[in-house]
Design a protein around this ligand. Structure first.
Ligand code: FAD
Ligand code: NAD
Length: 465
């Protein structure tokens, strides 16, 4: 068996693992990264990037359709639009391919060795990697577990046939005529909206009292209104029971406890993801667990010296940018830097229509922490830029300490608002006060002025509302 020894070994080349490997390589550590799939992990191959590509394609098609139906901007018309979904998917695959090659190129640039195959731990310093070409043994001084997550399967709706996970949903040949989505969280609402725009009749079945339960009601309201306008049926407080009848209708129990059938061509199950903690020899290690996740400290060290866990496998939020930040950090720690993970400003962005952003504390979270706050909110109905974009649905809200005006959190909902998330995070990371935001000249006319106006509002001196 071929044997390799290195300083830094990463299992999994998703956002957590590939960033860890690149940074370690940059810092001069002799680094090996192992993955059984193409580099980039869930995010790049079957997650963030492909889903956003399809969401954008559906948006573009929907605009053409609105123009063709005389519902676009006054004065705009268009001929009947066409939609070849297979071509859209091929375009999306092209983007994924370019990024796969990009990550491979970055590995080469930082002198990281990529080993293709499935890794299995033998002990805390050694794995055996199995691939089509055989087995090799890799040992390392520092080992990083970055095995990511996978979709949760419902016992009553096992994946297969018409029951699909997000991975299959991203590679369909045509949008299903009737799509039932089980789980109205991130993926269900993002992809449900895209398929509705691409022509599917969509029903979302959500067990909680509201879709997107992670976000507060005010943020979700504009999304609910848009779903209604798109003809998406949203059933809250409802639970999927399985498939029923010859046609395989989706059987659900409604909020009122009644059984109902939803006729559908595909059932997209998006009820969350679970960390991948089995299948790679965890039993050979002595790790503590935190529920389904691997327990780590604030440096992402596990219970074993020299063994780290990062990304989705080590806990919420299961987001790519949190995974990347952890990856960079553990590489620097292995190179001798002093680092701890700071989770104060991890943005949560939902690419729905309109988009939602939340970073730091919401008013309710600040209250629960016993902090007195000043809250300012600026609605897009008062924004000239929002009017000129024909998107007045949404607002920006700033939450600050009442005593010293330190910004604790920012939440917003609106078209294209994801791009403002950086400004929100920077304000919190830099320890900005309301006066800093209010005193910063924001370009006119932009949606970003709403951030300044919300701060002015919290100071009791809003100018435009
Ligand atoms: P993963 O990306 O899951 O990577 C883990 C890697 O480990 C995989 O490549 C896997 O093949 C490999 N692996 C596992 N076991 C082994 C083994 N034994 N041997 C070798 N290799 C192994 N997050 C966002 O922040 N923004 C978004 O817009 C967003 N959209 C999403 C949309 C969808 C449809 C989905 C499913 C997820 C989305 N996410 C998004 C979440 C994001 O994809 C994850 O948080 C992120 O990929 C986690 O990175 P990771 O490196 O921890 O794990
Ligand atoms: P999720 O946790 O966002 O949502 C799952 C939803 O399913 C919840 O609303 C839950 O109440 C509901 N649910 C659970 N069991 C149910 C049942 N039996 N019947 C009906 N509803 C049920 O999970 P997801 O949408 O699968 O996404 C997984 C993770 O991927 C997210 O938590 C997030 O970390 C990540 N992600 C992020 C983004 C982004 O950042 N924009 C996009 C997609 C995915």
């Amino acid at each position: 068996m071929n044997e390799i020894a290195c300083q830094f070994l990463v299992i999994g080349a998703g956002p957590a693992g590939y960033v860890a490997a690149i940074r370690a390589g940059q810092l001069g550590l002799d680094t090996v990264v192992v993955d059984s799939a193409k580099p980039g992990g869930t995010c790049l191959n079957i997650g963030c990037i492909p889903s956003k590509a399809l969401i954008h394609a559906a948006d573009e098609y929907f605009l053409l359709k609105e123009a063709a139906e005389g519902r676009a901007l006054p004065g705009l018309t268009a001929g009947t639009p066409g939609l070849d979904w297979a071509e859209v998917v091929a375009w999306k695959d092209g983007i994924v391919n370019r990024l796969n090659n990009g990550v491979t190129g970055l590995f080469k640039k930082s002198r990281v060795k990529l080993v293709e195959g499935r890794a299995r731990f033998v002990d805390g310093k050694t794995v055996i990697v199995t691939s089509e070409t055989g087995e090799q043994r890799i040992s390392a001084e520092t080992v990083v577990i970055a095995t990511g997550s996978e979709p949760i399967e419902l016992k009553s709706l096992p994946f297969g046939g018409k029951v699909i996970s997000s991975a299959e949903a991203l590679s369909l040949r045509t949008p299903p005529a009737r799509l039932a989505v089980v789980g109205g969280g991130y993926i269900g609402v993002e992809l449900g909206t895209a398929f509705a725009k691409a022509g599917s009749r969509v029903t979302i079945v959500e067990a909680s009292v509201e879709i997107l339960p992670l976000y507060d009601a005010d943020l979700v309201k504009p999304v609910r209104r848009r779903l209604e306008a798109l003809g998406v049926e949203v059933m809250t407080g409802a639970k999927a029971q399985g498939l029923a009848g010859e046609d395989g209708d989706l059987l659900i129990e409604t909020e009122a406890g009644e059984e109902q059938r939803i006729a559908c061509d595909s059932v997209l199950v998006t009820v969350g993801r679970r960390p991948v903690t089995e299948g790679w020899g965890r039993e050979e290690l002595v790790l503590d667990m935190d529920g389904p996740f691997i327990r780590t400290d604030e440096t992402r060290r596990t219970a074993m010296r020299g063994v780290y866990a990062i990304g989705d496998v080590c806990g919420e939020p299961m987001l790519a940018h949190k995974a990347m930040a952890e990856g960079e950090m553990v590489a620097e720690i292995a190179a001798g830097h002093r680092r701890v993970f700071d989770h104060r400003a991890i943005p949560a962005v939902c690419f729905t229509d309109p988009e939602i952003v939340s970073v730091g504390l919401s008013p309710a979270e600040a209250k629960a922490a016993g902090i007195a706050t000043s809250v300012g909110r600026f609605p897009f109905t008062a924004s000239g830029r929002a009017m000129s974009l024909r998107r007045e649905d949404g607002f920006v809200r700033v939450v600050a300490r009442a005593d010293n005006h330190l910004v604790l959190g920012v939440q917003a909902v609106g078209a294209g608002i994801s791009e403002l998330s950086a400004a929100f995070c920077l304000a919190i990371e830099m320890g900005a006060c309301l006066e800093d935001l209010a005193g910063t000249i924001h370009a006119h006319p932009t949606l970003s002025e709403s951030f300044q106006e919300a701060a002015l509002g919290a100071l009791g001196r809003a100018l435009h509302v």
